[in-house]
Design a protein around this ligand. Structure first.
Ligand SMILES: NC(=O)c1ccc[n+]([C@@H]2O[C@H](COP(=O)([O-])OP(=O)(O)OC[C@H]3O[C@@H](n4cnc5c(N)ncnc54)[C@H](OP(=O)(O)O)[C@@H]3O)[C@@H](O)[C@H]2O)c1
Length: 451
């Protein structure tokens, strides 16, 4: 057994049946198991040292997770690592530093480079952290990441970007691991097919907003929860009109005011698509209806989200914008890792502001609400079309203002989402279709304007 809910006896990782969440599962469903999983006090019976697998270890989430592991060798041991193949030298050095048993690279073209980097860094004369270390097993190819996700361990951190993380999410869930989920795309794509496949509490959020919600939920019982309030920094273009956003450049979109993240999520933060994805993520993770989830702009990114309770109290979670706090909490869940990152400095003056989102300048959140309520394949279509548009924007082939227009058009053309009846095959087919359609609409089809 991995986790025990006090007084509840629900075991995570042994396939507890979960009833599917309706599109408007509202606050009246006070026994919603996913909400209860976070609302009760949770204790751990596990060994103090957790074996973890990090997927996307070379990225923003992955390297911050590495920092947590490096500073807490008594708490974490790295069993496996995986990445795309963009940085074989870093992947090799992480594998040797942490003594991983297995390392996977999605790009077969980069496997030789990875092998050479491992051998060079493990050589007895090497100055690197891995000298004289045994070499890990190497896996390569598009399926390798899912194989590592099912590797024996306690917790899998999925820090890969995009829909490509779906197979790994499913593999980790099916293997009974605690899934520390940064790759929100896989949850949103699969919807109840992913959320319902996991036992309540088996998926632990890494997104700072959902980590904050999970922490705030500890402050009351599920039946006492009235609303979730998800905060948004507003990204680099807050207070600009739709017109002013038309021609902003990738460089401007990548200059986030409060967070340093990978390029895709940073652009998604500029369009507010990221907040739209997070709205759907909150619905799926906590089993709460869309009518009970609000988005509010909080420029400073110190309050990461809030839960409003039935008596009028609101509990908020505050910490400086540093992902190491939610990453550490997810890896050690339900325990906290001391000094994961510095806390708020209460000796300096601070001003926190809250304001409603300008939905006409940033229609992405409203559109996400619509696709989330439609359910079925609609969220997968929204996500896939957006991934294509963001790639085209970053490649200089699409104007910023066209991103959300094109996503909206692709979504509108697939008006029948299939609702609750969809299968994983339907989701994958919808994802494929949306990518093709988005490329057609934006004139960025492979072989056309691609570099
Ligand atoms: N960064 C944040 O602060 C933050 C906050 C909340 C949520 N998230 C979520 O966390 C996820 C990762 O974001 P990020 O900012 O860390 O992205 P990132 O910096 O771009 O890193 C992405 C990672 O995924 C790997 N990868 C790419 N394609 C892959 C494939 N086909 N198979 C295996 N690995 C692959 C990359 O490997 P290579 O280096 O080899 O290409 C890299 O390690 C996203 O879902 C994002 O929305 C991020």
């Amino acid at each position: 057994m991995i986790l025990e809910l006090v007084g509840g006896g629900v075991e995570v990782g042994v396939g507890v049946a979960v009833r599917p969440v309706g599109d408007n599962a509202g606050m009246e469903s006070t026994h919603e198991p996913r909400l209860e999983a976070f609302s009760r006090e949770v204790t751990s019976r596990r060994a103090p040292r957790r074996d973890i697998v990090v997927l996307g270890s070379t990225g923003s989430i992955g390297t911050q997770a590495a920092d947590i592991v490096r500073r807490n060798p008594d708490r974490f041991r790295v069993a496996g690592l995986a990445a795309g193949g963009g940085n074989p030298a870093l992947l090799a050095s992480q594998a040797l530093e942490f003594g991983a048993e297995v390392v996977a690279v999605a790009s077969e073209a980069r496997v030789d480079e990875l092998r050479r980097a491992l051998q060079a860094q493990a050589a007895p004369g090497s100055a690197g952290p891995g000298r004289a270390r045994p070499l890990p097993k190497i896996l390569a190819g598009p399926d390798a990441i899912a194989e590592v996700a099912a590797w024996p361990c306690d917790t899998v951190l999925n820090g890969v970007t995009g829909a490509v993380g779906l197979a790994a999410t499913l593999a980790a869930i099916d293997a009974g691991r605690v899934l520390a989920l940064a790759n929100k795309e896989s949850l949103i794509m699969g919807g109840p097919l992913v959320a319902g496949r996991a036992a309540p509490g088996q998926i632990v959020p890494v997104d700072s907003e959902h980590s904050a919600l999970a922490q705030c939920l500890r402050g009351g019982r599920a039946a006492e929860v009235r609303r979730l309030i998800v905060t948004a920094s507003g990204g680099p273009f807050l207070h600009r009109s739709r017109h002013e956003l038309e021609d902003v450049t990738p460089e401007q979109a990548l200059a986030h005011p409060t967070w340093h993240m990978g390029p895709v999520i940073t652009v998604n933060s500029a369009t507010l698509v990221n907040k739209g994805l997070e709205l759907i993520e909150a619905h799926l993770l906590f089993g709460i209806g869309f009518d009970a989830i609000e988005v509010v702009v909080h420029r400073q990114s110190v309050i990461h989200s809030m839960v409003e309770f039935t008596d009028g109290s609101t509990i908020a979670q505050a910490s400086p914008p540093d992902m190491r706090i939610p990453i550490a909490l997810a890896l050690a869940w339900p325990e906290r890792v001391p000094d994961a990152a510095p806390p708020v400095d209460w000796t300096t003056p601070q001003t926190w502001t809250f304001e409603p989102l300008d939905e006409s300048a940033f229609p992405a959140v409203g559109l996400a609400r619509e696709v989330g309520i439609a359910g079925g394949t609609a969220p997968a279509v929204y996500n896939a079309a957006n991934e294509v548009c963001v790639e085209a924007f970053l490649g200089g082939r699409l104007r910023f203002g066209r991103i959300i227009d094109a996503v909206a058009q692709v979504v509108s053309e697939r008006s029948d989402s299939g609702g609750d009846a969809v299968t994983m095959a339907d989701v994958l087919a919808a994802d494929d279709w949306a990518r093709i359609r988005a490329r057609e609409l934006t004139g960025t089809g492979k072989g056309e304007n691609s570099p």
